[in-house]
Design a protein around this ligand. Structure first.
Ligand code: NDP
Length: 247
């Protein structure tokens, strides 16, 4: 069970791992943990100041020096993704893993009253961005020895419910994309593609979704990272097309 995974200290030694949305919340916690286990992290996010703080935490802890790749998925066009991946290849020469963690909650309103522009923005950040980034990274990932792609799922996939706006269909689409890609890559069995549902985690997004909730009852992001390390590292070799729960 990936929830009880106990990674060796150097399990991600020298792996180059791109994490989107690494400026805060779950992405930041996974970046710190993966770096501590030896990975060279490419920190993606929007807010450069927050990304620099994560960078400092990683370097301060004596882990391998990461790299910062800022990009706003709401504004970026296909060329920006190509440039980002070219910069990454230039600096690291390869890519071993890609974690699609960035996401937005968007507007939650009844379908009849949902704002169309906001709906499209949420679908764009949560579905189109992982698609475009995956498309750009696949040539590099296929060259890696033990490549892994991870999408971020949600409890709204197994338990759909009312008034979640574009967020709910975006998470269904992201899981659909994961499953389709896993099958497309059957001819490249080294590349595995899976998704993780983090469960309830004390982050800004959770606060936005449940403002009245007692935050003290929620686990911190750094307590749920074991399944992420499992899927990023060699111990999940051969597993593809699956969704795992972190809690
Ligand atoms: P946070 O809101 O704390 O972090 C979201 C991250 O995504 C930030 O790093 C943010 O960057 C980045 N991001 C958002 N919009 C954009 C954009 N337009 N362009 C680039 N980056 C962007 O959320 P969580 O840590 O809670 O969520 C992480 C993932 O986990 C999401 O996919 C979420 O759907 C999923 N999830 C979370 C749960 C929870 O309980 N917290 C439960 C189930 C799923 P920046 O700070 O620079 O804006």
């Amino acid at each position: 069970d990936p929830r009880n995974y106990q990674p060796r200290a150097d399990v991600l030694h020298d792996r180059v791992v791109l994490i989107t949305g690494a400026s805060g919340g779950i992405g930041k916690a996974v970046a710190l943990a993966a770096a501590r286990h030896g990975a060279r992290i490419i920190l993606h996010g929007r807010n450069i100041r927050k990304l620099e703080a994560v960078y400092d935490d990683i370097v301060g802890g004596g882990a391998p020096r990461p790299s910062i790749l800022p990009m706003d998925f709401e504004k970026a066009g296909p060329d920006d993704y190509d440039r980002m991946v070219a910069a990454l290849e230039q600096e690291f020469g390869r890519l071993d893993a890609l974690l699609h963690n960035a996401g937005m909650l968007g507007e939650r309103a009844p379908i009849e009253h949902a704002d169309v522009a906001k709906w499209m923005r949420t679908m764009h950040v949560n579905v189109n961005a992982p698609f475009i980034l995956t498309r750009c990274c696949l040539p590099l990932l296929k060259q890696a020895k033990d490549p892994s792609i991870i999408f971020t799922s949600s409890g709204v996939v197994p338990r759909p419910r009312a008034f979640w706006g574009a967020y709910l269909p975006s998470k269904w689409a992201s899981d659909g994309l994961m499953r389709m890609l896993a099958q497309e890559l059957e001819a490249h069995p080294a590349v595995r593609v899976n998704s993780l549902n983090p469960g309830k985690v004390r982050t800004n997004m959770r606060l936005q979704a449940y403002p009245a909730e007692d935050r003290a009852t929620l686990p911190e992001a750094d307590t749920i990272v074991a399944p992420y390390l499992f899927l990023l590292g060699p111990d999940s070799r051969g597993i593809t097309g699956e969704t795992f729960e972190c809690q």
